[in-house]
Ligand binder design. Structure first.
Ligand code: ATP
Length: 337
């Protein structure tokens, strides 16, 4: 029995959380894999009700669970997810990007992973003012750069695709911070035989992602660049609504959609739940490795196949060209697990 924390979130968060709960309950019913779910509150709603975006009760529950599934939160994201990534040292943010047959995307053979450093860079929030000038401090350490580069190599080996890691940076301008990042990346990647090292400026990467996304295998980059590039990557593969992610630490992991709270479509039952459902798939993969649980690995594949088959049968939400509601679409996936 695995105890999971679930943060309901803001905007479309509660709608896609409902989909996640239905999927987990269905797994409980169908397989020899059992979850208990602790539904938690965090985000803008909590902030306006209590003055705290991430209440102590939520943190305590997270500490009792083996992993957290999180729907997006709104404007208070930095008080919730950025805080949790740093507090729990979830140093690796993994964002797989994949195009699907039967779904409109920029090209039909997109399949790469963005590995984003998750604990430092401008996200430490070290900002201050001197007179009429505002200053942000960017922090890049050798330790974090090394850890994330190692993780990127691990993923490249596991994928066994192009066996290439592209280090994305802007070291021509940020000579100290990104200079350190790219040097450590190069050293780590070159120590792994069979993995090719590629270096690319972030602006060139943004362009190449549109020009020839099929040439990427694993991208490793710093926190802010990773955030920006993964929204672009999700959109070129079809929709922000289909991109899942994992925040991995030594002892704990948190899984969440790449997209935000999407207030413009909240409450309309048109949100695409694929991103949170594939985040569950990533959680099952992580459980299968961490706890040597073969059933979890089996169910992860079943869940991924259910998503593939749903799209193949032209069952889609509005953002990807269909007219199924969030709940209807979730039912179709459940029928196929
Ligand atoms: P954040 O800064 O928190 O990442 P954002 O401002 O980048 O958020 P999102 O909330 O991610 O914006 O959404 C951008 C747009 O993408 C939304 O306006 C919405 O139209 C679309 N979108 C995002 N997620 C989904 C989804 N799950 N299903 C359908 N459309 C989505």
């Amino acid at each position: 029995m695995y105890n999971i924390s679930l943060i309901n979130g803001d905007g479309i968060g509660p709608e896609i959380s409902r989909s996640a709960i239905r999927i987990l309950e269905n797994i409980n019913d169908k397989f020899n894999l059992k979850f208990t779910i602790d539904e938690l509150e965090a985000g803008d709603n909590m902030l306006s009700k209590t003055g705290y975006a991430l209440p102590t009760k939520t943190i305590k529950s997270i500490n009792r669970s083996i992993a957290c599934l999180k729907a997006p939160v709104g404007e208070s994201a930095s008080d919730v997810i950025v805080f949790l990534r740093q507090k729990l040292n979830l140093y690796a943010n993994i964002r797989p990007i994949k195009s699907y047959p039967n779904m409109k995307s920029l090209k039909n053979n997109i399949d790469f992973v963005i590995v984003r450093e998750n604990t430092e860079d401008l996200y430490l929030g070290n900002e201050f003012e001197v007179g009429d000038t505002a200053i942000a401090m960017r922090v890049i350490s050798e330790k974090a750069s090394r850890e994330i580069s190692e993780y990127a190599c691990k993923i490249a080996k596991y994928r066994n695709g192009l066996n290439k890691v592209t280090c994305v940076h802007k070291a021509n301008v940020l000579k100290k911070t990104d200079g350190l990042f790219v040097n450590i990346c190069k050293e780590v990647i070159k120590s792994h035989h069979n993995i090719k090292f590629e270096s690319m400026y972030v602006d060139a990467c943004a362009m190449n992602m549109i020009r020839n996304p099929e040439k990427f295998d694993v991208i490793v980059t710093t926190n802010m660049f990773g955030d920006i590039l993964s929204d672009e990557a999700a959109q070129i593969s079809g929709s922000l609504g289909i991109a899942p992610s994992a925040n991995i630490g030594e002892n704990y992991a948190l899984f969440e959609p790449v997209h935000g709270a999407a207030f413009d479509i909240a409450g309309k039952q048109i949100a695409n739940p694929i991103a949170i459902i594939l985040s569950i798939k990533m959680m099952l993969d992580w459980i299968s490795t961490k706890y040597h649980d073969k059933e979890s690995n089996f169910v992860a594949t079943r869940l991924e196949n259910a998503v593939d088959s749903t799209i193949k049968n032209n069952i889609k939400t509005k953002d990807i060209g269909g007219n199924y509601t969030t709940n209807e679409f979730t039912s179709e996936i459940i029928n196929r697990i």
